[in-house]
Design a protein around this ligand. Structure first.
Ligand SMILES: Cc1ncc(COP(=O)(O)O)c(C=O)c1O
Length: 420
């Protein structure tokens, strides 16, 4: 798989996507909310699910349910094959080197905690540094704070500029002798900034520093080619990519995973157990203790099939169009200030309106059937950096339309009227 082109707001790209057809795959989108057609613009929080994903989960429970790797019976063998097939599918979708590098977790948060508690705890010594950025989601901050506290290491952050880009000069200064890991978002959920990850990975690798990429937002919106990115760890969540909640992925470079200790103990992750000691199963089983989220993994497989059939290039192109039009039109509304104006952005439009709290914006829009998110988006340091307590955030998916952008703009004009 090749990576989708990184869209910048200045460079339009052709859009080979039948959006109306796509919408008809998502039953929830036909549902009115508060007597109005639902306009769902909270996709960065979670995406809606196509019928094929709902069907895959239902079918599993209705006719395929059994525990995996445990029984010799028909259903268990079939469930095991189906579960393992999704691992292969995800490896292809992300272009990992091998399915052994794909670990199923509950989501991005758990994937990052796994790396912090396994890799981080094993590697970090007092005085060592973990480098993150000022635009991280809390799930790429707090796990590092915890492991730094446990090991005596220090957490440092690359500052961000007024447009919401990484300060690359500061990056070069901060990437130092003591840096043991760089952990950064591919696509910021609070600003929409696409970080130049491939370049940053190369700079970190030149100093022998491994890199974790938080791909919670990039996996569903940009198209990810792990071999091209060359990162060492990559985390994403099924529920943001048309899949079920409760399932996510950690990619890890096989050589690193082999050396890392398990982070949770239990069934299925062992080679042998005596009352005195245990030995570990090979990767990835070493990192999947206990009965996993089998139905959710099956649902994730259906979501990956669906996204692959639609095509990430088409998805990225259409979302680019939506974001470019929405940025222009929302930015033109009196009193609105966009937060995050980097040239390379995707799918996220964060803004504030003079004299109106973002929660009030969200409430007035909700009255119109429009779902956005208002708050700090689990990125409080970003809010502090831009001197705002919160922002309003519209975030797009491939099933959104230009008519929905119109509805958003009309709704925001109404907010202006209501609050003078
Ligand atoms: C950039 C980013 N990282 C991490 C997460 C955490 O994802 P999850 O809650 O699915 O674990 C999110 C969720 O919004 C996110 O946007």
């Amino acid at each position: 798989m090749t990576a989708a082109p990184v869209p910048t707001l200045a460079t339009p790209v052709p859009v080979p996507l039948d959006v109306e057809r796509l919408r008809s795959d998502f039953p929830i989108l036909g549902q009115p909310v508060r007597g109005k057609p639902l306009v769902y613009l909270d996709n960065a929080a979670t995406s809606q699910k196509p019928q094929v994903v709902i069907d895959a989960v239902t079918r599993f429970y209705a006719s395929e349910n059994a525990n995996i790797h445990r029984g010799v019976h028909f259903l268990s063998e079939r469930a095991t094959l189906a579960y393992d097939a999704v691992r292969e599918k995800v490896a292809r979708f992300l272009n990992a080197g091998s399915a052994r590098e794909i670990i199923f977790t509950r989501g991005t948060t758990e994937s990052i905690n796994l790396v912090a508690q396994s890799f981080g705890r094993a590697v970090l010594r007092p005085g060592d540094e973990v480098l993150i950025t000022g635009m991280e989601h809390h799930s790429n901050i707090v796990p590092w704070q915890l492991v730094c506290e446990q090991t005596g290491a220090r957490l440092r952050a690359i500052p961000i500029t007024d447009t919401g880009e990484l300060d690359l000069e500061a990056f070069d200064r901060l990437l130092g002798e003591r840096t043991r890991l760089l952990a950064l978002a591919h696509l910021s959920n609070a600003l929409g900034t696409i970080n130049p990850v491939r370049d940053l990975v190369a700079r970190a690798h030149a100093r022998g520093i491994p890199v974790l990429v938080d791909g919670a937002q990039s996996a569903p919106h940009l198209g990810v080619d792990l071999q091209a990115l060359d990162c060492d760890f990559f985390a994403c969540s099924g529920h943001k990519m048309f899949g079920p909640t409760g399932v996510g992925v950690l990619y890890g470079r096989e050589a690193l995973l082999e050396r890392m200790p398990p982070w949770q103990g239990g069934g299925d992750m062992i080679a042998s157990v005596t009352l005195e000691r245990s030995t570990w199963a090979p990767v990835p089983a070493k990192f999947e203790a206990g009965t996993p989220m089998i139905a959710e993994v099956i649902g994730l497989g259906a979501a990956v099939d669906y996204l692959s059939a639609v095509g990430l290039t088409a998805v990225a192109a259409w979302e680019h169009e939506l974001l470019a039009v929405a940025s222009q039109r929302v930015g033109d509304i009196e009193g609105v200030r966009l937060v995050g104006t980097a040239p390379a952005k995707a799918s996220v439009l964060s803004f504030v309106m003079e004299g109106v709290h973002p929660h009030d914006i969200g409430t007035v829009l909700d009255d119109e059937g429009i779902a956005i998110r208002a708050g700090h988006h689990c990125a409080q340091p970003v809010m502090q950096r831009f001197g705002v307590p919160a922002t309003a955030r519209a975030s797009f998916a491939a099933y959104n339309t230009l008519e929905e952008v119109d509805a958003l703009v009309r709704g925001l004009r109404r907010v202006r009227q209501v609050f003078g």
